[in-house]
Design a protein around this ligand. Structure first.
Ligand SMILES: [Zn+2]
Length: 312
């Protein structure tokens, strides 16, 4: 077990209690200087493995994605955004976006500024995201990083993906090699998210894109549900971000933020109901699920940021 952990954002050794957790001995603290929320005490890297179920990343086996109508519209929506800086006329781009929206599909984690390049997906899990980009957005080459060997094997076998096993800062990948590096719900799992972002700065070419999505500890849902908030994920999530702390960490490591979006969804309350974290008599469940779905959609439960590598 590790205790008295130094703040990963500002280096301060002073912290104050943030949230008392039922999962003894873990607790959430906030840095007294910069407000970064983190787990202290937390499991050591050697202990952490026992807290991951074998299917944490891969509760569903990786499956080849079939060309359905849904996929067609998804591709259309992606393309509309990919081409935003590629000499496409604003009218054409707007038309595509309107069409994609009217068809009822919002692109899931789009590639925002360049329409070709090399993507490194950090925490790629079973590889579905990286493989989808490779197979649907022409011009993209993709690779993944994953600490979980089981997930990495799935990504390799199901999608033929190149996956590096280990922690990003220890892999010594080639400098200025990638056009986009993504952390889709993986940054909060790292022992030092700052060093992950710093390493991304080294690995990206100039003007390359850093894409991050993490749970948002400052959303009302987190405050309302408290210690049972789904995305606390104790003790797997070692850090929790607000728009302020996430921005500071990105900017202090040589990036300029081009967009920060609050992601709305129905995951959290609904999951709490589904997994009986919020215990209810069964006759009430359908009703509460409808309410949770509606309320959850109003909650900005995650933050999605795109940033550009600048020098130094
Ligand atoms: Zn701090």
């Amino acid at each position: 077990m590790q205790t008295n952990i130094e703040c990963d954002l500002c280096g301060s050794e002073k912290s104050m209690p943030f949230l008392e957790l039922p999962q003894v001995p873990f607790n959430l603290v906030a840095c007294s200087e910069c407000g970064l929320v983190y787990l202290d005490p937390r499991p050591s890297p050697e202990e952490l493995g026992q807290y991951y179920s074998t299917n944490y990343y891969t509760s569903q086996a990786a499956q080849l994605i079939k060309p359905t109508f849904h996929q067609f519209f998804k591709k259309l929506a992606y393309r509309a955004r990919c081409e935003s800086s590629d000499g496409i006329t604003p009218l054409n781009r707007t038309t595509k976006r309107v069409v994609a929206t009217l068809l009822g599909w919002h692109a899931f984690r789009p590639v925002p500024v360049c329409n070709q390049g090399r993507l490194l997906d950090v925490g790629c899990g079973n590889g579905e995201y990286a493989a989808w980009i490779r197979d649907n957005i022409k011009g993209w080459k993709v690779e993944g990083v994953e600490v979980n060997e089981y997930a990495a094997t799935q990504a390799r076998e199901a999608f033929g993906l190149r996956v590096y096993i280990g922690h990003l800062p220890n892999l010594h990948l080639p400098e200025s090699h990638y056009d986009m590096i993504s952390f889709w719900h993986s940054l909060e799992h790292m022992y030092s998210p700052s060093s992950g972002i710093r390493e991304s700065h080294r690995l990206l070419r100039n003007n390359g894109v850093l894409a991050i999505e993490v749970p948002n500890i400052s959303c009302w849902e987190a405050k309302f549900i408290g210690a049972n908030w789904y995305h606390l994920s104790v003790p797997l999530h070692l850090y929790h971000f607000t728009p302020t702390t996430l921005s500071k960490m990105i900017q202090s490591n040589g990036f300029r933020i081009i967009s920060m979006k609050q992601v709305h969804g129905n995951a959290s309350i609904l999951d709490a109901v589904n997994t009986n974290k919020i215990a209810l008599p069964s006759f009430l469940k359908p009703l509460v699920k409808i309410a949770a779905h509606t309320l959850g959609r109003q909650s900005a439960w995650a933050l999605r940021v795109y940033a550009i590598k600048t020098y130094p």
